[in-house]
Design a protein around this ligand. Structure first.
Ligand code: SF4
Length: 562
């Protein structure tokens, strides 16, 4: 459990082991890239995750017959399926991966064992839930589902009955129903099949929700276990908010509450919980100071909608021009801003976590792309052609799977592509436009930009991926793992520092290079700070990481004055 400023985040919040295992399996199959991946039903009821899986062409289908490509892999989700359906699936001819949670399997085995001995099975749970439908299949046609004690009271008499539970039931409800069922049977076998992660979650929730005056339950509105958790909290705490993302928080309640407890259902990814917790802390830090809150909101808007990143690119373009000895050309600086904005905003518009801003991001992206094309046309026909090709590549990148579905994803391509785009706009174009490409300074600026931007993207990718395996192998960190990423970044940083130090001793633009060396300290700080942390990317992280380009811009400006 994490506690800070009277904001407590449940230790048990987030993916349960069964859901995590199923998602990891599916993503491993997708990363292998050999075959299309299908799941029988959605893996979990969380919009952010299902959107991300859909973006990776991982398709939820009802039955093997629905698979468009029969050479694909079919994954049975954590909830499990009936034995008859399992037989159908396994004999259909497609490769099958069974990701049924072992704790659901345990419940299935108990039902099958007692059903074989002639027991009638009563399952306490939601009749329409996929797990319960699967469990009922093991009762050999001799089973009933009840929602609770009230429905159990209406049951007929049985000779022998085996009472089991859906794995995510509330324990007190299960025992209340079981006591009632006992009255309807000569012999009653009670098997509490509520899984340990659910028990732990409920125990922690009961303990902490009682002490809080606001509980925030994070998770999908259609997730049964999250809705049940919210219901449990409503009986323990006067104020409960059930939110899917940080944007749905009721600010006034967050500000007024003395103690806040944040919990989440088994299908909520950690990065969603982290974002909600970060937003709650930010709101409470700012308190009721209206001016600060308005400023904070404005800052969030600028960072989340790529304005800040585009401005960082413009700052880097200024640094590159100073390195290359080009005078400040506002057309080129504006071009860098528009080009990076167009690419970043469009890519964000395809991510599930920016779904609410999709229309704004796409519209702004197209307007800025048109602006970038306009400036490049002004700079010359060749520049226009280059710009058009690179913008088209940037817009195509999020949809590359449509065309390259049969090819394995190239590891780390996202980070390389981003570095390449920035290097074009910030360093290549000024040198090209002023005919300086033959000078060493131009190469230095291009390589310098590529390395810095590569490190920036890897660092941001790292903070997004470290808790849940949701991002793909196109991200360097995801493809090569923590150890190799650390080595790569350390090596790049050391090379950058060594190159600048060498230039300094060669007395090449000494004031400028000295300032860039000082700026290197900020980059070193960022790298050390983020590689020792386990957090999810937030507005603060983007502010700090992209802040390095403003630091370099300010220092290089200072050098020009010396
Ligand atoms: S809630 Fe429990 S039983 Fe269900 S998938 Fe998660 S760990 Fe497994």
């Amino acid at each position: 459990m994490e506690k800070e400023q009277d904001v407590t985040v449940a230790k048990s919040a987030g993916f349960c082991p069964g859901v995590k295992r199923a998602i990891d399996k599916v993503l491993e199959l997708e990363a292998a890239g050999k075959k299309p991946v299908y799941t029988i039903g959605p893996l979990i009821h969380n919009k952010q995750v299902t959107d991300m899986l859909a973006a990776k062409q991982i398709t939820a289908i009802e039955a093997p017959q629905d698979a468009a490509d029969k050479s694909g892999v079919l994954v049975i989700r954590a909830h499990g399926i009936t034995p008859e359906f399992q037989k159908d699936v396994e004999t259909h001819g497609m490769e099958v991966v069974d990701a049924t949670c072992p704790l659901v399997k345990h419940a299935q085995n108990i039902i099958a064992k007692f059903a074989a001995q002639g027991y009638h099975t009563v399952i306490v749970g939601d009749g329409g839930h996929a797990e319960v439908i699967g469990l009922l299949g093991y009762a050999k046609g001799n089973g009933t589902v009840v929602a609770g004690a009230e429905e159990a009271a209406k049951l007929p008499h049985f000779d022998k009955v085996n009472v089991v539970s859906q794995t995510t039931q509330k324990e007190s409800d299960f025992y209340a129903a079981a006591e009632e069922i006992k009255k309807h049977a000569d012999e009653c076998q009670i098997s509490n099949t509520i899984c340990q992660p659910t028990k732990d979650r409920q125990k922690e929730t009961v303990e902490l929700a009682k002490q809080a005056d606001l509980v925030i339950v994070v998770g999908g509105k259609h997730s049964a276990n999250t809705a049940r958790l919210a219901l449990l909290c409503q009986g323990l705490c006067p104020r409960v908010q059930h939110v899917e993302t940080e944007d749905e928080l009721e600010t006034e309640q967050v500000l007024r509450a003395k103690k806040i407890f944040i919990t989440a259902g088994a299908s909520t990814p950690n990065w969603v919980i982290d974002r909600v917790a970060a937003r709650v802390r930010e709101l409470r830090k700012t308190g009721s100071k209206t001016v600060l809150r308005v400023l904070q909101k404005g800052w969030h808007f600028l960072v989340k909608n790529a304005f800040y990143t585009a401005s960082a690119a413009a700052a880097l373009a200024c640094v590159c021009m100073r390195l290359e000895g080009v005078h400040t050309d506002w057309r080129l600086i504006t071009f860098a801003w528009l080009f990076v904005f167009a690419g970043t905003a469009f890519n964000r518009s395809t991510e599930a976590s920016y779904a609410k801003n999709k229309t704004f991001l796409r519209t702004a992206s197209f307007i800025c792309a048109a602006g970038a094309l306009g400036i490049s046309a002004w700079l010359g026909a060749k520049t226009l052609a280059l710009c058009a090709v690179l913008l088209a590549a940037g817009f195509f990148y999020p949809f590359r799977n449509v065309i390259t579905a049969q090819l394995p994803p190239l590891p780390g391509t996202k980070d390389f592509a981003t570095a390449l785009g920035w290097a074009f706009a910030c360093a290549f174009l000024p040198a090209y436009h002023y005919g300086l490409l033959s000078r060493k300074a131009a190469y230095l600026a291009i390589v310098y930009t590529m390395l810095l931007v590569f490190m920036r993207t890897v660092t941001l990718g790292f903070s997004s991926a470290n808790k849940d395996m949701i991002i793909g192998r196109e991200n360097f960190y995801k493809a090569f793992g923590m150890k190799k990423t650390k080595w790569a970044v350390t090596l790049i940083l050391a090379s950058l520092t060594a190159a600048l130090a060498t230039l300094c001793t060669l007395t090449w633009k000494p004031a400028l290079v000295t300032m860039l060396l000082i700026g290197d300290l900020y980059t070193i700080f960022i790298v050390i700070y983020y590689y020792g942390r386990s957090s999810t990317r937030s507005v603060k992280d983007e502010t700090l990481v992209d802040g390095q380009f403003f630091v370099l811009w300010a220092l290089s400006g200072l050098a020009a004055l010396l």
